[in-house]
Ligand binder design. Sequence first.
Ligand SMILES: [Zn+2]
Length: 118
Amino acid sequence: MKIKREVIKALLEIAKNYHPSEFIALLGGKRDEISEIIFLPFISGNLSALINLDVLPIGISVLGTVHSHPSPSCEPSEEDLELFSRFGKYHIIVCYPYRENCWKCYDRKGAEVKPEVV
Ligand SMILES: [Zn+2]
């Protein structure tokens, strides 16, 4: 799978702005390439709320989720793994201090995947 470099950059920037709070958004794109960040502003800090996706814009294909960890760990929590298994194909976690390499991507089983940055 692939992810656009500008998406990674934007995710790190947004996470930095939200720090020390978490931010959550959806990842959109086509086929196996993540090219869009989809904000659902009504979701505040509750990852499981993402599962209620009645309000998704039509025509956007959602590939997965992204959220930030205000701690230096990009490892998924148990709650994260639970969400991963229920919704979406790819899940990105960005973590403090939000430098270029402070992110990881997981599949729905919680196994790390290494996307090609394009
Ligand atoms: Zn998490």
